[in-house]
Design a protein around this ligand. Structure first.
Ligand SMILES: O=C(O)CCC(=O)C(=O)O
Length: 288
């Protein structure tokens, strides 16, 4: 496969689509305009300052505390679209939805957003497949990773293993003491050759699309002064039910209806919509 086809220049091409099917990811470079990204960055500061509503764990903000000082205290918040109309609008960005409706389905729903701040020294996320956490019935889960800051190897960009979604099963997790990761377990990637594992460095405004079975991770932010802010939204086909109990947080369900319909029609609209997932701060593993 030509890795060049990993890059969406303006519109998705047949070669891009084929690349996505075979490699499980795509990169749309600088897809979103700088002004949109600037507004997102300001919104991130407002959220973590408590300006969009109180979230358990948010710390008091001293008067005139610079945004960077506030943000350095956090790794990520889950479900920010439930606090912020601006972030909710990002779920519907035309340039993103246009691509998703071509790689997933014309009927599209979103069930999760996550806003990563990841300041200097913050750890990364161990190897995983998103479908382990958010199971769909038709393997349509897709991550949309929007770079708010430039993402580099130094500040902890995404790493992934192209083509690793193809076997289409969830791999076992093993314990890890890798200090790069915030978790104590990880998918075992020792069977993959080094060259199979790639960093996805992208400029601010770029968007990475990846399949829910694609193995991915991120390492720690090794800079002393750069954030690696990113908004990550998860989508799936509206045709699939969503048996997602949030790792046991909720009662088992065959179809979690805490979703946002993004495009097309919802065959399950008759079930109504719920609001059970509340915004929460991602817990951080403290250094020993
Ligand atoms: O951005 C990161 O550091 C990790 C993101 C990720 O693993 C995910 O969105 O599933």
């Amino acid at each position: 496969m030509n890795p060049d086809n990993a890059y969406i220049r303006q519109h998705l091409t047949a070669a891009n689509r084929l690349f996505y099917e075979e490699q499980g990811y795509l990169v749309a470079e600088e897809l979103l305009p700088a002004e949109a990204i600037t507004s997102l960055k300001k919104e991130a500061a407002a959220i973590f300052k408590g300006g969009r509503g109180q979230v358990e764990g948010l710390l008091p903000v001293a008067e005139n505390m610079p945004d960077a000082e506030v943000l350095k205290q956090y790794v990520a918040i889950h479900f920010p679209h439930k606090l912020s109309p601006l972030i909710r609008d990002f779920l519907f960005k035309e340039a993103i939805v246009d691509i998703l409706t071509q790689i997933i389905s014309s009927n599209l729903k979103c069930m999760q957003s996550m806003l990563f701040v990841k300041g200097p020294g913050k750890k990364g996320q161990s190897w995983h497949q998103d479908e382990f956490y958010i199971p769909t019935r038709d393997k349509s889960l897709t991550g949309v990773w929007i770079a708010i800051d430039d993402a580099t190897i130094d500040n902890g960009c995404l790493w992934l293993i192209p083509g690793s979604h193809r076997p289409g099963y969830i791999r076992p997790r093993v314990p890890t003491d890798n200090p790069e990761f915030n978790e104590k377990d990880s998918l075992d990637i020792s069977g993959f050759p080094k060259e199979a594992i790639i960093p996805v460095e992208v400029k601010s405004g770029s968007v990475i699309f990846f399949n829910g079975y694609t193995l991915h991770s991120s390492l720690s932010n090794k800079t002393s002064d750069h954030f690696r802010t990113a908004l990550v939204n998860h989508y799936m086909s509206a045709e699939s039910m969503l048996p997602w109990d949030q790792d046991g947080k909720h009662e088992p369900t065959d179809d979690l209806r805490d979703i946002v319909l993004i495009a097309g029609t919802d065959p399950y609209a008759w079930k109504g919509i719920t609001n059970v997932n509340k915004p929460y701060l991602r817990p951080e593993l403290k250094a020993k």
